[in-house]
Design a protein around this ligand. Structure first.
Ligand code: GLP
Length: 250
């Protein structure tokens, strides 16, 4: 595992975008596993700038997103499909038919999870999987639980995640209570995992995930056994890890 510590959010976004861009340049028809949340927004802006400058070509790229809120249509402004369109896909030369996000608006979420898992199996492992982290250590919407769940599944969101994500909705009441998420199986099958973290409110989760035991109550801790993880974080988010004596690169 390689850990890069940056001064601030902007530097984190540039460094992480460089890792992602290197992957696209090395393999133009790569499969990118993508993530939502506020943390990757700056990374996506850097990728858009590189695309507009003619340095990065998305025309052969395929994407698979981690998760989606149950009940939200892709046109809902808090759906993760909408997030991906507005924060990345609408601004680069990607073929939208090659972009995949679980369908939130469905009468049968379990069937949608099965469809998405079959798609992931058919496409094969992501060349790089981008991950943010929840304050409780969740990845995608794999919430703390007694066991790790391997396939794509429906999850009940925890109160802490509902509260953390309420800032994007008019009120906490409007945050969907359930989501569809890639399980740890597809995340761990990815050839490379890129984790981005920013801000002091992630410091405890980062420390628990990477300097504590592997424990499904801290879902990101499973990444300790992935052979190729790059963690890019600003110094506020990495403070706990650094205190614990884990070596980081500048
Ligand atoms: C959501 C997403 C996660 C994301 C997390 C953190 O719960 N499902 O994939 O990592 O939020 O979001 P933020 O980056 O805004 O802190």
């Amino acid at each position: 595992m390689r850990i890069y510590c940056t001064e601030n959010y902007e530097a984190m976004s540039r460094k992480a975008a460089a890792v992602m861009a290197a992957q696209i340049i090395a393999k133009p028809d790569c499969i990118l596993g993508l993530a939502t949340g506020s943390t990757p927004v700056g990374l996506y802006q850097n990728l858009i700038a590189a695309n507009k400058a003619g340095d990065l070509d998305f025309s052969r790229v395929t994407t698979v997103n981690l998760d989606e809120y149950a009940g939200l249509d892709g046109t809902h402004d808090q759906s993760y499909r909408y997030f991906m369109n507005t924060n990345l896909f609408d601004h680069v030369n990607i073929d939208k038919s090659r972009t995949n996000v679980p369908g939130g608006k469905t009468a049968d979420p379990e069937a949608e999870c099965a469809r998405y898992e079959a798609l992931l199996q058919k496409l094969g492992p992501a060349d790089i999987q981008l991950l943010g982290m929840g304050r409780n250590g969740h990845i995608g919407f794999n919430e703390p639980a007694d066991t790790f769940t391997v396939p794509t599944h429906v999850v009940e969101l925890t109160q802490s995640t509902i509260e953390a994500n309420a800032r994007f909705f008019a009120s906490a009441d409007e945050v969907p209570r359930k989501a569809l998420t890639m399980g740890v199986g597809a995340i761990m099958r990815a050839r490379k995992v890129l984790v981005v973290v920013s801000g002091a409110d992630k410091a405890q989760a980062v420390k628990d995930a990477f300097a504590g035991p592997i424990d499904p109550h801290v879902p990101a801790s499973i990444l300790q056994v992935h052979p190729d993880v790059v963690l890019v974080g600003d110094k506020a988010a990495l403070a706990g890890l650094i205190e614990a004596g884990v070596p980081v690169c500048g």
